[in-house]
Design a protein around this ligand. Structure first.
Ligand SMILES: Cc1cc2nc3c(=O)[nH]c(=O)nc-3n(C[C@H](O)[C@H](O)[C@H](O)COP(=O)(O)OP(=O)(O)OC[C@H]3O[C@@H](n4cnc5c(N)ncnc54)[C@H](O)[C@@H]3O)c2cc1C
Length: 353
């Protein structure tokens, strides 16, 4: 019998596997692979909630140390021969509109550096806009590189990863769980369900019904050499993210309730129009790539990180929606503490089933 099986090799599953392995646990990750591509690959990599002052404390608590956590993981990945995930302070200019005072008050309360965005806009150069807020400490991450690096780091830490393998059901056995997959059965003392948008189907037979919904999102990639705004630009309609290598990412659309991951011409047109409004040099440039992903959406703004009361030994990481990359390191630490019977550094009550 395995010690711990993690279902799902997105950022939540892999970072929790790493945190468990750091606590001396033997961890085996099962991931469905290309038939269910992870949102963790598709995401933009902004290490902040969008308009973070509009979120409850339960989300803020999971997001505040994301940049330093990813920098530490990045160093471990490099030592294991992986790529640099380029976790760095890029800064974010947010068009906050009527929210500017609330944004600056939120930043002061949480020790986040923030100021009115006029000086940034003048230097960009961009026209002045009332209500803009400059957050110089906001980080970004190259999440596809993070996944590549974790694929090297996890085995180096003794975590085994099996892919592609699809889990259909969990059934209780004495002292643990039987995990039924399309490649045979695996048994484990503890199981973590971290299957992103697909988690609801595994939870339901255990008697857990959460308001989870897939929310498809699309992104565009602009070529290196496009003039850079030098920081993330965030407007109500979307965002522009400069990469260290000169590429620019533009996102993202929100299509609720669909399992369709194919990119669409409508989304490309909407994103191109929005990008040209936010960062005018993009009006002259043709994107070189477009992709889509399925966010693990829900009807609330913070995730579930919890044991399943009806199924002792089973845990869940679900509903990270638009903030799974930024909150994954703290979510993983919280889950690993719960699974090891430790007192977590973050109060688990808000995330409990
Ligand atoms: C366009 C877009 C932009 C985004 N931008 C950002 C951003 O800038 N910042 C941010 O913080 N977040 C962002 N997000 C959200 C973020 O990507 C997600 O919240 C996060 O990646 C969710 O991670 P996860 O591990 O829960 O799920 P996933 O990454 O989806 O991983 C789930 C994994 O489970 C596997 N799986 C599913 N079912 C099974 C099964 N039955 N058996 C075995 N394996 C299974 C799948 O194959 C998959 O690999 C964005 C998302 C999208 C789509």
């Amino acid at each position: 019998m395995k010690d711990v099986v993690v279902i799902g090799g997105g950022v939540l599953g892999q970072l929790t596997a790493l945190a468990l392995s750091d606590r001396g646990r033997q961890v085996h990750v099962l991931d469905a692979g290309p038939v269910r591509p992870p949102a963790s690959w598709a995401g933009g990599g902004i290490l902040s909630a969008l308009f973070p002052w509009r979120y409850p404390e339960a989300l803020t608590a999971l997001t505040r140390d994301a940049l330093s956590a990813y920098q530490a993981i990045g160093e471990r990945m490099l030592s294991a021969g992986g790529p640099d995930p380029e976790a760095r302070a890029t800064g974010m200019l947010a068009y906050a509109g009527d929210d500017q005072a609330a944004a600056l008050a939120w930043a002061a309360r949480h020790g986040v550096r923030a100021e009115a965005g006029d000086a940034f806009l003048a230097a960009a150069p961009l026209p002045p806009k009332p209500g803009s807020v400059w957050l110089p400490g906001v980080g970004t991450l190259r999440n596809p590189r993070l996944l590549k690096g974790l694929a090297r780091l996890l085995p180096a830490c003794g975590v085994s990863v099996e892919r592609p393998v699809s889990v259909s059901q969990l059934t209780p056995i004495p002292g643990g769980w039987n995990i039924i997959t399309d490649k045979g059965n695996v048994t484990a003392r503890q199981v973590l369900i971290a299957a992103g948008a697909w988690s609801a189907a595994l939870l339901k037979p255990l008697g857990v019904t959460l308001p989870l919904v897939p929310v498809q999102g699309e992104m565009l990639l602009y070529p290196a050499g496009t003039p850079s705004p030098g920081a993330v630009l965030l407007a109500r309609e979307g965002y522009v993210i400069p990469r260290a290598d000169g590429h620019i990412l533009v996102g993202s659309t929100l299509r609720r309730g669909t399992w369709d991951q194919r990119p669409t011409a409508e989304a490309a047109e909407a994103l191109r129009g929005m990008a040209a409004e936010i960062w005018p040099p993009l009006a002259e440039v043709t994107p070189v790539a477009q992709w889509a992903g399925l966010r693990p959406g829900s009807d609330r703004a913070w995730p579930w990180l919890s044991g399943v009361p009806q199924a002792p030994g089973v845990f869940v990481a679900a509903g990270h929606y638009r903030n799974g990359l930024v909150s994954a390191p703290a979510s993983a630490a919280l889950l690993a503490s719960l699974m090891c019977g430790e007192t977590p550094a973050t109060d688990p009550a808000a995330y409990s089933l």
